[in-house]
Design a protein around this ligand. Structure first.
Ligand code: NAD
Length: 277
């Protein structure tokens, strides 16, 4: 059967790339690319250029605004849809300098926004006995220093999904896609403490020098080892008749994830992560 898919956060990055790929395949029906700010739709339209007559409709949706989610849902004329909860934001810097507002924003978008999007679409999927929810998790997000609140948001969404999955196995609905570093606008859109920022004056020298190292590591990883958005595995999860609950998009992180379970005191895992960064 032809698929109808709705993606959140399509003005850049993984969401945009996936929307372009799906919209360009006219043998399948992809329909709804959503974004918070429709003024940013030109980039997506440029990328699909005329390939998208029946396969793309762009809708406004801010995952932190319940009404906008409901309005977008009501525009799904097919009344059945798979959704990709992809919208997300990052926050980087020593924990001491993060403001309550910026921490709230990350949790608001990554955690509550994702949950709220699932809430709106879930009952329709259950009622129809079909539909799939794919959530963009982050393997990096589970263990990165200087990203504690981002990690907390991704950790929390994992917890919510793991819990929900126990129910949803009866409905075949939910999968998590665990991404490592991906070439997207993530670093551009990220709220980040820059080394010269006055807020960093309150941070001790040792933390600052580790932060500086971390920033270097980060830019090296994004330059050398980040995946292209095309390599992210959402499509397998959409098309599989019985999708796995969790997909990893690269091979670096599964061994670390394993360490968490096999060495529950956490020391091996912390050492392994330190070594990597
Ligand atoms: P990106 O910044 O290019 O894309 C994120 C998109 O989400 C943007 O288009 C942004 O406008 C949108 N967005 C932000 N707040 C929103 C809101 N309230 N409502 C709707 N849309 C909103 O970065 P990306 O890498 O494509 O990120 C997509 C997802 O992948 C995120 O959930 C991110 O946490 C996750 N992820 C990214 C990486 C990476 O290295 N890029 C790694 C692991 C996980």
């Amino acid at each position: 059967e032809k698929k109808v898919v709705l993606i959140t956060g399509c003005s850049s990055g993984i969401g945009l790339s996936l929307a372009v790929r799906l919209a360009s395949d006219t043998s399948k029906v992809f329909k709804y690319a959503t974004m918070r700010n429709l003024a940013k739709k030109e980039r997506l339209l440029d990328c699909v250029k005329g390939l998208h007559q029946d396969t793309l409709e762009i809708l406004q949706m801010d995952v932190t605004d319940r009404q906008s989610i409901l309005t977008a849902r009501d525009k799904v004329v097919e009344k059945r849809v798979d959704i990709l909860c992809n919208a997300g934001v990052g926050l980087m810097g020593p924990l001491e300098v993060q403001s309550l507002d910026s921490m709230r924003h990350v949790l608001e978008v990554n955690l509550l926004g994702t949950i709220q999007t699932m809430q709106v679409f879930l009952s329709g999927m259950k009622a129809q006995g079909q539909g799939r929810i794919l959530v963009t998790g982050s393997t990096g997000g589970l263990h990165l220093p200087f990203n504690e609140v981002y990690c907390a948001s991704k950790f929390a969404i994992e917890g919510a999904c793991e819990s929900l999955a126990v129910l949803l196995q009866h409905f075949n609905i939910l999968s998590l896609i665990e991404c490592g570093p991906v070439n997207s606008d993530f670093l551009i859109n990220l709220q980040k403490a820059e080394l010269g920022d006055s807020s960093l004056q309150q941070v001790d020298g040792r933390t600052l020098s580790l932060y500086e190292k971390y920033l270097q590591h980060c830019s090296t990883v994004f330059q050398n080892a980040a995946q292209d958005t095309e390599d992210i595995v959402f499509l397998d999860a959409i098309h599989s008749a019985s999708p796995a609950f969790r997909y990893f998009t690269n091979s670096v992180m599964p061994p670390l994830t394993k360490l968490k379970v096999t060495e529950p005191d956490g020391m091996e895992y912390i050492k392994a992560m330190s070594k990597i960064i």
